[in-house]
Every structure is written in structure tokens, then in C-alpha cells.
Design a protein around this ligand. Structure first.
Ligand code: C2E
Ligand code: MG
Ligand code: MG
Ligand code: MG
Length: 280
């Protein structure tokens, strides 16, 4: 460790740590302001049926248009927003904007919204979802909430989380497990959960064209998901070979640059109302 390597090392180590902490504090302050200043935008990426290319829905992805840094990707600020609790406010903005956009699309096109664990655990989340849907005039079955395995497997509040998921599910909202396969990967717990679909993480999709054993693994995961009556959306499909192999693995839905990159709300509306919904 740094300590055993002499005094100079320790100082440099502390200096970088200091810079990192400062940078996080600055980002935190800027994030707080960004919500007030309206610096966030949503982009929408089509989720398509792999065989026909028909668009079934869009995933809403947040972008921060920082006045001096340019577009900040979510991985650079979602974690900070989670830690500081700002995710609750930001998440409400994302949810409300996403359902408002979806209300413009022809049914049954759905919108999928990422929900971080802290946001889900915040008091009143179920009520917020219901109010957001009512305010936008969107049917509950046109909303998919993407949660992560960690929410289901954390040791706190399990009964409350379970009953809130049940309430959302009964109201018609669908639940997806995001980044599926990267977490605990225990399929047994999914059996008793009100979950409708899983999103197979891009890291799996990336390996199927080069590794037969990874492809077998992916086929196994998809097969197991189907046994549990879960639909599968594969993430990060970039090539025609990926698409063909996933169809061969009985995967129904997919998302990725092969079909479309995330796009502005106006473009998503054009995409889904014009022949765009049939394009691949
Ligand atoms: P995610 O939910 O797994 O979203 C998929 C990510 O993969 C998106 O990155 C998307 O742009 C990217 N992607 C899609 N297709 C391809 C492809 O073919 N190739 C490659 N290389 N990438 C592809 P993005 O938008 O940077 O989002 C990253 C993560 O940030 C998301 O992962 C999600 O966990 C989080 N995130 C984004 N928006 C929100 C939000 O509104 N709320 C919360 N809580 N998290 C969000
Ligand atoms: Mg997602
Ligand atoms: Mg994902
Ligand atoms: Mg991912």
C-alpha cells in the first residue's frame, strides 16, 4: 500500500484522493443546480422485436447538458446522485418526462425507465408512479420499470419492497431486471417476484460471436428465463451476427446500435409514428 512506499507516495496519494473528493463535491453542487436549471434531457433508444425489427418500446436514458463540461454521461453522475440522495428528485423528473413522452406515442409502445435502488426505497415511490401516469394520461401497462438485482437482494426492507413491487405490478406496470446476469445471478429468487422481463447485459452479448461456450451460457440463461415465464431483452446488439445468434438462442427482444442509438424525444416520436416503427 501507499504507506509502506515512503512519504512522497503518501502525499501524492493524498493529493489525488483530495482532488477526487473535491471533484465529487463540485459535481454534487453542480448536480443540485442542474436540477433547478433544467440541464437534464432524456434520450430514447428503441427496443425491437428481434425477428421483425418492429419497435415495441423505448428505454429512456438521462443526459446532463453541463454548461461547460458538455454532455455528461449517466455513469459519471448517477452514482453521485445516488449517494447524495439527489437521485430522488432527478428520478422523479426522469419518470415524469418519460411518461409524458410516451403519452404521445401510439399504443402499445411502452417506455422503460431506470429506477435506482435509493429512488425505489424512498417513501412514496408507488404513489409517485401512479400520479405520474395519471398526470400524463398513460396506461400503466405502457410503463416498464427497470430495477436491478441488488434491490431485490439487499437485506433491508425486503417485505416492503416486495409488497410495493406487487402493488405496481397489480396496477399493470411491468417490472424488468436490468443488467441481468451481472449481479447475483440467482434465478431462484426471481421465481417468487412480480417480474415480467429481464435485460440480458451487454457484457454477455459482446462475447457470443467469439466464444461458443459463452454462447451456450447465454442460451442457458435465456432458456431459464423463459422457464420462469420472463421475456428477454438483449442489450448492446451491435452487429447482424449478434442479432442472428440471439434469435437462435430464442431471445425475443433487443436493443443496440445495430437498430438505433438513443435519440431525442422528437426523433423518437417520428421513429415510432412513421414507417420508422418497421425499419431496422
Ligand atoms: P442501462 O440501463 O443498462 O442502459 C443501457 C446503456 O447501454 C445505455 O448507456 C445505452 O446508451 C447503452 N447502449 C445501448 N445499446 C448499445 C450498443 O449497441 N453499444 C454500446 N456500446 N452501448 C449501448 P447510457 O445511456 O450511457 O446509460 C448507462 C447507464 O446509466 C444505464 O445502463 C443505467 O444504468 C444508467 N442510467 C441511464 N439513465 C438513467 C436514469 O434515468 N436513471 C437511473 N437511475 N439510471 C440511469
Ligand atoms: Mg436500463
Ligand atoms: Mg441494462
Ligand atoms: Mg448495462
Amino acid at each position: 500500500m501507499a504507506k509502506t512506499s515512503g512519504k512522497g507516495r503518501v502525499c501524492r496519494y493524498e493529493a489525488t484522493l483530495h482532488t477526487r473528493i473535491l471533484e465529487r463535491l463540485q459535481l454534487h453542487a453542480a448536480l443540485d443546480q442542474a436540477i433547478t436549471n433544467g440541464e437534464f434531457r432524456l434520450v430514447f433508444q428503441p427496443v425491437v422485436a428481434l425477428d421483425t425489427g418492429r419497435t415495441c418500446g423505448f428505454e429512456a436514458l438521462v443526459r446532463w447538458l453541463h454548461p461547460s463540461r458538455g454532455t455528461v454521461p449517466p455513469l459519471d453522475f448517477i452514482g453521485i446522485a445516488e449517494e447524495s440522495g439527489l437521485i430522488v428528485q432527478l428520478g422523479e423528473w426522469v419518470l415524469r418526462s418519460a411518461v409524458a413522452a410516451a403519452a404521445q406515442w401510439p399504443g402499445p409502445t411502452y417506455v422503460a425507465v431506470n429506477v435506482s435502488p435509493r429512488q425505489f426505497r424512498a417513501p412514496g415511490f408507488v404513489g409517485l408512479v401512479q400520479r405520474a401516469l395519471a398526470d400524463a394520461g398513460l396506461a400503466a401497462d405502457r410503463l416498464v420499470l427497470e430495477i436491478t438485482e441488488s434491490l431485490l437482494l439487499g437485506d433491508r426492507d425486503q417485505d416492503r419492497i416486495r409488497s410495493e413491487l406487487d402493488a405496481l405490478h397489480r396496477s399493470g406496470v411491468r417490472i424488468a431486471i436490468d443488467d441481468f446476469g451481472t449481479g447475483y445471478s440467482s434465478l431462484s429468487y426471481l421465481h417468487q417476484m412480480p417480474v415480467d422481463l429481464v435485460k440480458l447485459d451487454k457484457s454477455f452479448v459482446d462475447t457470443i460471436t467469439t466464444s461458443p461456450s459463452q454462447y451456450d451460457l447465454v442460451k442457458g440463461i435465456i432458456g431459464l428465463a423463459h422457464t420462469l415465464r420472463l421475456a428477454v431483452v438483449a442489450e448492446g446488439i451491435e452487429t447482424e451476427d449478434d442479432r442472428k445468434l440471439l434469435i437462435g438462442a430464442a431471445c425475443e427482444f433487443g436493443q443496440g446500435f445495430l437498430f438505433a442509438r438513443p435519440m431525442a424525444a422528437a426523433d423518437a416520436l417520428t421513429w415510432v409514428t412513421a414507417a420508422g416503427s418497421l425499419r431496422r
